[in-house]
Design a protein around this ligand. Sequence first.
Ligand SMILES: Cc1ncc(COP(=O)(O)O)c(C=O)c1O
Length: 373
Amino acid sequence: MAQLHPRTELSQESIFARMSRLAAEHGAINLGQGFPSNPPPPFLLEAARRAIGTVDQYTPPAGLPRLREAVAEDLGVSPQEVIITAGGTEALHALAEALYGPGDEVVMLEPYFDVYIPQTRMAGATPVMVPMRLTDRWEVDFPALEGAITPRTKALLLTNPYNPTGSLLSKAEAEQIVALARQHDLWIVSDEVYDELYFNEPPIPLRRLAPERVFTVGSAGKRLEATGWRIGWIVTPPGLAPQVAGMRQWSSFCSAAPLQAAVAEALPIARKEGFYAQLRESYARRKDLLEQGLRALGLKTFSPAGTYFLTALLPGLEAEALVREAGVAAIPGSAFYTQHPAPKGLFRFAFCKTEAEIEEALRRLAGYLKVRT
Ligand SMILES: Cc1ncc(COP(=O)(O)O)c(C=O)c1O
């Protein structure tokens, strides 16, 4: 009997989908998967309603020209270097296909965002994981990072701001990474889908430090609270966009045309009307609510500098029991590690949920912890 290819071993249900399914089954508050509870802004929804029936056919694989221009204007790059994709996820996949293959190694940090490993392996390359140091904060372990680079290393794959740790690269760290990449002649894939979600200093776009070797990944879904729309982008080093877009034409060919048109209209409005600043304020309130609540329960938290994720230690607790018995879904730290052990008791909580949901989750956790002691 014919068999599916062995690479379908990569097809298991992701922990994010699993925790969302379990949360729905058990009526739990879902602080697991990172999708916002709030709807997208009205200016985006209105633009989409206007676009459907007007912009309905294929766009070029590199994207609707007016969206490439809007992204370029927003990021201060040339539209020739922008490719529109089906979310940050497809952007990362297109880059994996375009940049590495069998025999190549891709160095990334642990804990990591889940798609990095399967996408690297689907391209035939080998992921090499370097654990971050966890003291009172998450830090890049530079000696370990440098030690992981071999003659086979093709790229560094980094996230900034970082999911799941919520950490941001400092200027010195960003410069050190770029220096390493130059010394070993590596590409840098810089996943910056949370570029507008920071709480103090904004993140440093790595392409500004090394435009010749950095590919930036962005996401309208993350920026505009529309994760299901699947609109993202890549900014390539000068001259490389045609080949990357040419690779992506063999998968989805192009992203949903009317939604590209809507995002093109919304990006300048979001910038002009201070939408991102409002979003940051609203997320800062929810971060504080969750963090203070967890600390009040005696739990150790690692304050995020960006993203809508908070990591905390809940020693002795188990994620599935937490859903079933406490009615709260969170992602266990082990989901973000494959080559090294996760710190004991590590969990990631998403605070892109309503204040009411966060308060209820804290009440349930408090009750659960009280019963267990
Ligand atoms: C670090 C990181 N990169 C990429 C993505 C994927 O973004 P998108 O929803 O635009 O595909 C996510 C989504 O959670 C993420 O956390």
